[in-house]
Design a protein around this ligand. Structure first.
Ligand SMILES: [Zn+2]
Length: 191
């Protein structure tokens, strides 16, 4: 489809998990021009996430690309300092798009998933790009069950997503696996 220059182009940071897949589905449903970026920064599940990310992009007929960053020492199963800063900065540079979107949601203890962090980044964008660059985090005030419900409503192909922080998962013990199993219980109540 030809690009419409009146509509801002967005890059969605598509990790392969449910949250970013739901962001992609949401922006597409709103008529935005969207392309997807996967960042391999050496996370343990990079290989599985990459497959999930590209499959989800294909499902939504969205252009997809990946970028690799080597040499980082990424700790397993714990907070990765600066992770979202890294992802946002890479996405900003990578496609030069006016909108960068990511699937951070409420209910996590991580500062880089908070509204304060979002505002700090938007302030930085405003300093650098005079108000034309936007950070979009549509789920920043929505908790995971709400995001999951929206994902189902938007027909996100849940089976294509990958939500474990370990390689070769699902491991069943990481934060993402626990999140996911709680959601599966909600969506498939045992009565
Ligand atoms: Zn896991």
């Amino acid at each position: 489809m030809a690009r419409d220059s009146r509509v801002p182009q967005a890059t969605v940071l598509l990790s392969g998990g449910i949250d970013s897949a739901a962001v992609l589905a949401l922006l597409k449903s709103q008529g935005m021009q969207v392309r997807c970026l996967f960042v391999d920064y050496g996370q343990p599940a990079a290989e599985q996430e990459l497959v999930a990310s590209s499959s989800i992009a294909s499902h939504f007929l969205a252009p997809w690309s990946s970028v690799s960053i080597s040499g980082l020492k990424v700790p397993a199963n714990q907070e990765i300092k600066g992770r979202n800063d890294l992802l946002i900065a890479v996405a900003t540079s990578c496609n030069q798009d006016a909108v960068i979107a990511l699937g951070t949601h409420a209910g996590t203890p991580y500062v880089d998933c908070s509204i304060t962090h979002h505002h700090a980044w938007q302030d930085l964008y405003d300093v650098q790009y005079s108000g034309v660059q936007r950070l979009l985090t549509p789920f920043i005030e929505r908790a995971k069950p709400e995001v999951f419900a929206l994902a189902r409503e938007l027909s996100v192909p849940i089976s294509l997503t990958y939500s474990c922080e370990a390689s070769g998962g699902p491991c069943g013990v990481c934060v993402s696996c626990k999140d996911r199993s709680a959601l599966d219980d909600v969506s498939n109540p045992r009565v």
